[in-house]
Design a protein. Structure first.
Length: 314
């Protein structure tokens, strides 16, 4: 990929005020016809799509990459500033980004492409406002998957106890010390080695884009809000429920791209989703890990673009 392009598009960001929080985003080919939002995974940022944006912008796609609240160069609010951070909040962020940033320039339905956590956010968006979403490409999709429609709701008394316990636990858990040790003891590189099957892709640029946000003084408070928010999510914001809701309408075509060497979210989960929801299309990429878009960008880009190109939506 052209290094000058990377610097121009990824490292020279735009900023948008969302409910009083600074949100960082980048775009290439803004005047193109098909709007795409790339949504990064946990611990990553918009820069993780550095090997994908140019490919799509050259194919008539207005390619936006967005730092979700708490990540990248966006603000990192804590419980006092934003309450819980979860896929409901990030979904609302994406919805407003579409209406306030994309819509003034482009009325078309939006393609959402996500990696891991970004995939869950994209799925949440597809259920919450499916009339605006052309398709979701999830690579991969995290979260537990239930095989039946049995409610996950706990007894109210137990649920209150659970919420109180988790909240207190993470309030007092020394995340500041944990994050300090993570950056000093090489844990980030160790984590990337687990996520990536192709170790040669773990370069200084990748380590830098993952490490820098963690070094910000506000990172621990934001992580605390995420831990509490994601642990205490309502059933309606868990993948099983969201997939069932999307399955009822089938209004949003859904593509799963999964690496057969994914150590974080094993392939059997992707196969389980495709088996339970026959309308979901599963593409398996051989010898690739958790971040196919960065490990094998040419394969990921081709599969994704061919899916978008063949949609009847456009």
């Amino acid at each position: 990929m052209n290094n000058n392009f990377k610097e121009e598009i990824i490292n020279l960001p735009n900023f948008w005020n969302w409910n009083g929080f600074k949100v960082c985003w980048s775009v290439s080919g803004e005047d193109n016809e098909i709007p795409i939002i790339f949504l990064h995974g946990f611990g990553a940022s918009r820069k993780h799509w550095r090997n994908n944006i140019e490919y799509f912008s050259k194919r008539n796609c207005a390619s936006y990459s967005l730092d979700l609240i708490g990540f990248g160069d966006s603000d990192q609010p804590g419980i006092r500033q934003i309450g819980k951070l979860d896929n409901k909040i990030w979904c609302n962020q994406v919805k407003d980004f579409i209406s306030q940033v994309i819509r003034p320039k482009n009325p078309g339905k939006v393609v959402l492409i996500g990696n891991s956590l970004g995939s869950l956010v994209a799925l949440t968006c597809a259920v919450s406002f499916n009339d605006q979403i052309a398709t979701v490409i999830a690579s991969p999709l995290p979260d537990q998957i239930q095989e039946n429609n049995k409610s996950l709701t706990k007894k109210s008394l137990f649920k209150k106890f659970q919420e109180r316990f988790i909240t207190i636990f993470f309030i007092f858990f020394p995340l500041e010390i944990i994050l300090f040790l993570i950056t000093k003891l090489g844990v980030i590189k160790l984590g990337l080695n687990s996520a990536y099957f192709k170790k040669d892709k773990i370069d200084s640029e990748l380590i830098d884009l993952v490490t820098k946000p963690v070094l910000r003084r506000t990172s621990s408070r934001s992580l605390r809000a995420m831990c509490i928010g994601m642990f205490l999510r309502d059933e309606k914001f868990q993948a099983s429920y969201l997939l069932r809701k999307l399955s009822d309408s089938k209004k949003v075509p859904f593509l799963l791209i999964w690496g057969d060497k994914d150590n974080f979210i094993p392939l059997f989960l992707g196969k389980k989703i495709a088996k339970l929801h026959r309308w979901v299309k599963l593409k398996i990429v051989s010898n690739s890990g958790h971040c196919i878009h960065d490990e094998d960008p040419s394969i990921f880009n081709r599969i994704s673009y061919e899916w978008i190109r063949d949609l009847k939506t456009f």
